[in-house]
Design a protein around this ligand. Structure first.
Ligand code: NG1
Ligand code: MG
Length: 397
């Protein structure tokens, strides 16, 4: 018998404790993993059919799955106390144990797409810190992939990403783009993904920064009204498209325009706030392409400058930053050896991402942490991010 690695041993024991109350072996258990993600640049462009440049993390969500002979589902988690039960034919959503609604929603959508399954016992364990690194997409993809594989089905990860996005939109009421789910499904170690969000054309771009680290800083501020502000931004972008049809009758999404075109036709947008939103989206889109070019010629300075410009635009034009995110970015840029820093994700809290010289990581954490404590009511947390793979089955190591 192969020796189980420590992590599998812990998960196996937890599985049996949750569901069987007895220490059995690994028989019948399958292990799956889906990462969280960090977006390097290209924020609030995905639902505008634009470009994004995210990467999968090595942090993520595990699920241990065991098929049942009936149509019952049981959900347990090392991150939340209670066990949740329901029936596959009656996927009831609960106010308490909200996390279990994510796998339930994705199962409902698998059914809707004709992928029915048997019942399962599912144990989750996640280590994605804080909010803004796509723990929700991670839970959804690990569930969808784990169930499909356990059912012996062929799996197209992009299709699962689309199903997960649909489930987030319909069940969670967040009208989100495809960036998170696509990255969690398709990420590749040491690569970031240049993704065009309307066509889903993508390119895996090597992301090895010699001498530099990707550092994530968590504001630890809960994201408050992020969902309603998100839907409001989406509506403003749709308004911009509607107005711009006066000049571009066939326009479908803002991502089809470049900055030059917008500048010339900006006046057809009636509302000044809507004009600012459109300017952000279109300029951010151009910045994504410029940053990938910079990366390919190993111009990390330029890459960092574009990250900084992205943050300024999210703060001033799209207005989705907040004091805490701004403080983290401002303080980051005071530290020597920091090439760029910006908020990542929807905003209003969550995390920043910075490119930091390797030798300066400790100084960064110390100085930015102290300044953040001084200038806000929160304590920041820091993580050096490694870029990992998209959703997969964890075979024995
Ligand atoms: P976060 O805040 O990381 O969940 C959200 C959207 C993305 C994208 C970004 C902004 C969800 C699930 N995801 O990301 O699709 O639009 O904001 O770039 O809401
Ligand atoms: Mg989310």
């Amino acid at each position: 018998m192969k020796r189980m690695d420590r992590h599998r041993q812990t998960l196996t024991a937890a599985f049996h404790e949750a569901f069987d109350n007895a220490g059995k072996g690994e028989g019948g258990l399958r292990f799956f993993f889906a990462p969280g993600r960090v977006n390097m640049i290209g924020e609030h462009t995905d639902y505008n059919g634009g470009y994004v440049f995210p990467a999968a993390l090595t942090f993520g969500t595990w699920v241990v799955a065991r098929k049942r002979p009936d149509r019952k589902l049981r959900f347990a988690s090392l991150n939340f106390p209670s066990i949740h039960e329901c029936d596959l034919d009656q996927l009831v959503f609960a106010e308490h144990d909200r996390w279990a609604n994510y796998p339930k929603a994705v199962l409902a959508h698998l059914q809707k797409h004709g992928y029915d399954s048997s019942g399962y016992d599912l144990l989750y364990a996640g280590n994605i810190p804080g909010s803004g690194l796509s723990s929700s997409a991670s839970i959804q993809l690990v569930t969808a992939y784990g169930i499909m594989r356990s059912e012996g089905r062929e799996v197209d990860p992009v299709k699962l990403a689309l199903i997960a996005q649909e489930s987030e939109n319909q069940f969670m009421g967040v009208n989100c783009g495809i960036m998170d789910q696509f990255t969690v499904a398709m990420g590749k170690e040491e690569h970031a993904i240049l993704l065009k969000c309307d066509t889903l054309d993508y390119e895996l771009v090597p992301f090895r920064l010699s001498g530099y680290k990707v550092l994530i800083a968590n504001t630890n501020k809960s994201r408050g009204l992020v969902d309603s502000a998100y839907n409001e931004r989406r509506a403003q972008c749709e308004q911009a498209v509607a107005d711009l049809r006066a000049s571009f009758p066939d326009l479908k999404v803002l991502g089809e325009l470049n900055a030059e075109q917008l500048k010339t036709h900006m006046h057809v947008i009636g509302d000044s706030i809507v004009r600012k939103r459109a300017a952000h989206v279109i300029e951010e889109n151009d910045r994504v392409l410029a940053s990938v070019k910079a990366l390919k010629r190993n111009d990390l300075q330029q890459f960092g400058q574009l990250m900084n410009a992205s943050h300024a635009s999210l703060r001033d034009l799209y207005e989705v930053s907040c004091h805490e995110l701004d403080v983290l970015v401002e303080e980051a840029l005071q530290v020597e050896g920091v090439l760029g820093s910006r908020m990542t994700g929807a905003g209003f809290g969550g995390c920043t991402v910075s490119i930091v010289e390797e030798t300066q990581v400790d100084t960064f954490i110390e100085r930015v942490g102290a300044a953040y404590r001084e200038r806000t009511d929160y304590e920041a947390e820091f993580y050096v991010a490694d870029i990992g793979n998209g959703v997969h089955e964890k075979e024995e190591e």
